[in-house]
Design a protein around this ligand. Sequence first.
Ligand SMILES: C[S@@+](CC[C@H](N)C(=O)[O-])C[C@H]1O[C@@H](n2cnc3c(N)ncnc32)[C@H](O)[C@@H]1O
Length: 297
Amino acid sequence: MESASCSGQELLTWRRQQLLRGGRAVDLDWLLAMEANLSWAELQRLRILPESIAPLASTLQDLEKLWAVHLQDHVPLQHLVGRCPWRDLDLRISPAALIPRQETELLIDFALDCLQDPSATGWASAGRWADLGTGSGALAVALARALPGWDGHAVDLSAAALELARINLNALTTSLRWQLHQGSWWDPLECWWGQFDLVVANPPYIPTQVVDELDPLVRDHEPRQALCGGEDGLDCCRAILGLAPQALSPGGWLLLEHHHDQSDQVLGLMSSAGLVSSRARSDLSGVRRFAIARRHL
Ligand SMILES: C[S@@+](CC[C@H](N)C(=O)[O-])C[C@H]1O[C@@H](n2cnc3c(N)ncnc32)[C@H](O)[C@@H]1O
């Protein structure tokens, strides 16, 4: 069998050659970390000690093939390696679902913050959460791990996305208290309406016209159903908010991720729906990308 490891010098030369073909250094180093198990720290060590061995879990030839497909066909690296780190998780990824984004990690922190509210209802031991539009199951996995005594529900319209979510939930949680439901937003959860204490959703929110102008990496490889939010991008937010006052428990929280310029509109929709305590939250760049509100107590 071909040995994967090589000298540091060989690796550094190879890396320079790949970058001359195109692409970003940060992405190539991500590929080295995810596919060849070569950490950023190890790469720095090899720069100082190029004569030492570069411990690679994958051959340079195989890495080169993946890099070429990424450059030529604009295939996301996450699809090529089938995995994606997200929060403290190593998620399985496929073209069936959106690649979970870094900013969405914050939705979990904001959700757990809501439960620290002094008027939150008995959350420490038990409750019911839902993840509407679960995709890969990233948010559902994080909630199931953070709230092991709660019952959880992950919903998606796409059967293929739900299959991926099932793989991630099975692999990354020990809880057996989650269920998957195929259907539209609250519809498959009707028998629990009025009982949801915490609901998160990162719905498709990109206006149709903008979807067509996205980078081919996104537009041609991520499910359109995960991206397109209708003419103004807010169709899914409206659908979710329309039934939220019935579906949430008294005092129950709803957290939505939205597009960079939709904060005022989503907060307005929350108030029109009759939810209270609405507030915006920002991503790590300071952009208001999240809206939070609750059903009155
Ligand atoms: C932006 S992706 C979010 C995926 C995942 N929650 C995340 O944050 O990475 C939106 C998801 O909503 C799903 N979706 C679209 N329309 C839906 C609907 N009417 N009901 C339920 N899910 C829907 C899509 O299939 C997709 O998985």
